[in-house]
Design a protein around this ligand. Sequence first.
Ligand SMILES: [Zn+2]
Length: 199
Amino acid sequence: MSAIEELTTELAKLPGIGRKTATRLTYHLLKQPAEAVTRLARSIEAVAERVRPCTTCGNLDEADPCPICTDGRRDGSVICVVEEASDIGAIERCGEFRGRYHVLGGRLSPLDGVGPEDLRIAALAARVGDGTAVREVILATNPSMEGEVTATYVRGVLEPRGVRVTRIALGLPMGGELEYADGVTIARALAARREMGEG
Ligand SMILES: [Zn+2]
């Protein structure tokens, strides 16, 4: 495979990028000064080498524990549960949440073979413990069918531990992704969170 074909193939593996866009990107890069392309290659290398999931919350950072877990000004008694580390950035941008996070690493999806043991649910239960140090867990999984199923499952695991479990308000459009919601929408969804009912 030629270098051009190889790069196009790699780019085409990225989400939302088809073969056509990958080809366009490759030829765009070929027109750039060599140092600009090298800088891009180095920054990809740097994230691959230095960024790791935080062993406490699953956030992606160069430090472990991550800066959110070590920030003493944040309220460790409130944990916001999200599907992916990228959701943390979306919630942080709204500037309304001062607790800590827990990244599940996905959502329950029987069709794709993703079960509870594939997500960081046991680690969350361990963090919550007997519910004395954590007073509230906010479930901020996506407003999709799978996100709902995941939230219901996690609630079932946590509730016997005596911790308050809330769900962000679904003012977010159903099927939408938290990651792409604007700050105002996320702030509103957080503020209007409610106790999870039966089922
Ligand atoms: Zn962390």
